[in-house]
Design a protein around this ligand. Structure first.
Ligand code: GDP
Length: 401
């Protein structure tokens, strides 16, 4: 079975870093020297091993190595490899989630049992739902602080479950844990005999993530001329393509035939996702931002109604923005902001014509030229987009169809 990308979300201080540190430590994913270093630091500071340091220390390490993906962390179970993408402590977390820079397939929502769901618990849960990440495990943390009490756990778990159900997320598992002590993270707890369910790792292993097969889609990144032939390059987002196949280029809908498929390894008869390829076509010459497709027709839209999350500054009615989705960049205008969501009560508030930072609302956007979209649940890469103002990403949007 292939790997799984997960994201760990929840309110600040509810225990995300500690949970990550615990998962890494208990699955033996922390290098020996690193552990010694952390243990020494903790001893020097005169306290017990602090597991949130594990996550932080590994992040520091990667930054020093200047790897591109500074936000990814890895661990393994006997069943598969996991990548923890991003953590809400990171400045860019929400932006990465909404823009699709981080593609999570499942999530752990962590809640401090002594505090219950707080503002960010709900905001993050709401964003999971927006992004179509519907495989969610609830970790009710800091059970040690309430003496591993079943009644208090049940109360908090029910509160969270009720909220999640209201936004349309059905929890896969609810698990009482102490990230600090390692209860029910990788090892089953001896202190909660009343709990008969899986540990966090077992719950993750039990998730059945089916990657939907979808029609061939390739956003054109660029074109080069090689030995007199024009080669259109890009990453295959979904599906496969063979030589001599007929394709359609959107948004225009023009037809072409694949003459050759080029890769760094040479010419291929067939190429599938995920792969960077170059295509030589006959019949039509696409440009950057066009989507080469085969199979069903994508959505080609001159305007769209969408849910957006303002990431920085504000989004205003009747203002112009640059829409970007994969390699497509098109000028647009937010014609109307139709409502605003209160993530705590889930009420739709009347629009004031502006969405401020962290606010979520429904907008109606008009494009200068048609754009190509797919429903986010079908093909996230073509279902998520960003709006830019003066070169800065101010909002992330989702297309539901
Ligand atoms: P984050 O902001 O969500 O990443 O939270 P942290 O992992 O940094 O944890 C915040 C504080 O809660 C730290 O002082 C942790 O030591 C503490 N903490 C985290 N998990 C537990 C737990 O299971 N039990 C107890 N008693 N403290 C915890």
């Amino acid at each position: 079975m292939s790997g799984l990308n997960i994201v760990i979300v929840g309110h600040v201080d509810h225990g995300k870093s500690t949970l990550i540190g615990r998962l890494l430590y208990d699955t033996g994913s922390v290098p020996e020297e690193k552990l010694k270093e952390i243990e020494n630091t903790c001893a020097m500071l005169g306290h017990k091993m602090e597991f949130s340091y594990v996550a932080d220390a590994l992040e520091e390490e990667r930054k020093k190595e200047m790897t591109i993906e500074t936000t990814q962390t890895f661990f393994k179970s006997s069943k598969r490899d996991y990548t923890i993408i991003d953590a809400p402590g990171h400045k860019e977390f929400l932006k990465n989630m909404v823009t699709g820079a981080s593609q999570a397939e499942a999530s752990i929502l962590i809640v401090d049992v002594t505090r219950g769901a707080e503002e960010q618990t709900m905001r993050h849960a709401y964003i999971l739902k927006l992004l179509g990440i519907d495989r969610v495990i609830l970790a009710v943390n800091k059970m040690d602080l309430i003496n591993y009490d079943k009644e208090k756990y049940t109360r908090v778990a029910r509160q969270c479950e009720k909220y999640l159900r209201a936004i349309g997320i059905t929890l896969q598992h609810m698990i009482p844990v102490s990230a600090y002590n390692g209860d029910n993270i990788v090892k089953p707890s001896q202190r909660m005999n009343w709990y008969k369910g899986p540990t966090i790792l077992e719950a993750l292993d039990s998730l059945d993530v089916i990657r939907m097969e979808y029609d061939f889609r390739l956003p054109v990144q660029d074109h080069y001329t090689i030995n007199g032939d024009r080669v259109y390059v890009g990453n295959i987002l979904s599906g496969c393509i063979s030589r001599r196949s007929e394709v359609t280029v959107y948004p225009g809908g023009e037809n072409a035939v694949v003459k050759e498929i080029l890769t760094f390894e040479g010419r291929l008869e067939k190429a599938c996702r995920p792969k960077a390829i170059g295509l030589i076509l006959s019949g039509f010459s696409p440009k950057r931002g066009d989507i080469i497709a085969r199979g069903g027709r994508p959505t080609v839209a001159k305007n769209v109604r969408s849910t957006i999350l303002c990431l920085i500054g504000e989004v205003r009615e009747n203002e112009s923005y640059l829409f970007r989705c994969t390699t497509q960049e098109v000028k647009c205008k937010v014609r109307r902001i139709e409502d605003k969501v209160d993530v705590e009560t889930l009420e739709r508030l009347p629009s004031t014509g502006v969405l401020k930072q962290a606010e979520i609302g429904t907008v109606y956007i008009e494009f200068e030229h048609p754009v190509v979209l797919e429903k986010v649940i079908v093909l996230p890469e073509l279902g998520r987009f960003v709006l830019l103002k003066n070169g800065i990403i101010v909002a992330g949007g989702i297309y539901y169809g």
